[in-house]
Write a protein that binds this ligand. Structure first.
Ligand SMILES: *Cc1c(COP(=O)(O)O)cnc(C)c1O
Length: 379
């Protein structure tokens, strides 16, 4: 699904030298690379504060702690996403409220959010799934109207942008009150272990969060709040510093691969290519909104599972993200949920398939993959 080795070849000298220097200096924790990366990412995203932490799941949890959410507060998020989002809501004893998504973008449905708002609702967590922003205009409007926090789960869309109705353009993750991301190796900006970060333009929230990530300390050995231990280590920061200047180029390569896939699938009866909601079309050689963390098709003639098998038999990796709606997962099932509220997610879990998506895909590989898919689905 990804080719991390091919990408490493392009930054090998830089990464190896930086890691050797860290080994020599023994500044493994809170070394100068961590601080430098923080500043560089602030500049790249155009946000006032980046707070690095240990992984994307921690980042989400710390956002919710920083906002002071309390047990029993309801937090609305998408039914169709990776479980980390709902997991931290559960861990903090907040009440997850899962809602349906849109069939063409796979992102959270704004009308479904509005329907789910109660007097107990405190926050909305849109997930920018597969590299494309959720409808942030709609979400921010609802949040304003009902006085809710918006926490963007930007683990899959770093480097992507959102175009508002008013024509302004903002980086994914920098629009809500606070954003969280992951630097897991296979993400668009991945390190060589675990890593994550939180972004915000709110000075007070940033201050609160900087203490929470460090055992609730604002002054050494004085613990003002219950915190966690969540750090990005110096080696991971050095890897990220080598990759950040190339992130736009990496995302551009993903776009080129996605555009080639979509051209090949155009007009195919049972194959729905992913919609690009900002309006970029596959004839365009560049796109500045969708960063294609995954390239996800819908197979609408019931042959998805057989296609997975067929691709595996032909040594083409593929993935089903995600095979089970969160509201049907044992850990998150709840009598409150009504199946009629999740028609789209219930359908998507049977139709979606993600094809290899990374920075090193070449034309020959794409042609081989698209031919296999098209021939099989039409057989
Ligand atoms: C990867 C991911 C996370 C969690 O990130 P980790 O660094 O693996 O903890 C959270 N949300 C989404 C949508 C993700 O894709």
């Amino acid at each position: 699904m990804v080719d991390l080795k091919g990408q490493y070849e392009g930054i090998k000298t830089e990464v190896n030298e930086a890691i050797a220097e860290i080994l020599d200096s023994s500044a493994f924790i809170n070394g100068p690379h961590v601080h430098a990366f923080q500043n560089e990412l602030e500049e790249y995203l155009g946000v006032k504060h980046v707070i690095p932490c240990a992984n994307g799941t921690d980042a989400l949890q710390i956002c919710m702690m920083g906002l002071g959410l309390q047990p029993g507060d309801e937090v609305i998020t998408a039914d169709f996403t990776f479980a980390a989002t709902v997991e931290v809501i559960g861990l903090l004893q907040l009440t997850p409220v899962l809602v349906d998504v849109e069939p063409d973008t796979f992102n959270i449905n704004v009308e479904a959010i509005e329907k789910a708002i109660t007097p107990k609702t405190k926050a909305i967590v849109p997930v920018h799934l597969f590299g494309q922003c959720a409808d942030m205009d709609g979400i921010m409007e609802l949040a304003k109207k009902h006085d809710l926090y918006v926490i963007e789960d930007n683990a899959q869309a770093i480097g992507g942008s959102y175009f508002s109705k008013d024509g302004s353009k903002q980086k994914a993750g920098s629009i809500g009150h606070v954003g969280a991301t992951s630097f897991f190796p296979s993400k668009n900006l991945g390190c060589y272990g675990d890593g994550g970060a939180i972004f915000t333009n709110d000075d007070d929230l940033a201050h609160t969060i900087r203490g929470i990530v460090n055992h609730g300390m604002y002054k050494r050995y004085y613990h003002d709040v219950v915190g966690v231990n969540s750090r990005l280590d110096s080696i991971q920061a050095a890897v990220l510093r080598a990759k950040l200047p190339k992130l736009d180029l990496y995302n551009q390569k993903r776009w080129e691969a996605a555009a080639k896939y979509s051209k090949a699938f155009k007009g195919q009866a049972h194959i729905v290519a992913p919609k690009i909601s900002c309006g970029c079309d596959t004839e365009k050689s560049v796109c500045d909104c969708h960063v294609f963390h995954q390239y996800t098709l819908r197979i609408t003639n019931g042959k998805r599972d057989e296609l997975v098998q067929h691709l595996n038999d032909n040594n083409v990796p593929c993935g089903v993200y995600y095979p089970v709606p969160l509201h049907k997962q044992k850990a998150y099932a709840d009598d409150r949920y009504n199946e009629d509220d999740f028609p789209v997610t219930n359908q998507l879990v049977n139709e979606v398939i993600s094809l290899p998506m990374h920075t090193e895909l070449d034309d020959e590989q794409i042609e081989y993959i698209t031919n296999l898919v098209i021939d099989f689905v039409n057989k």
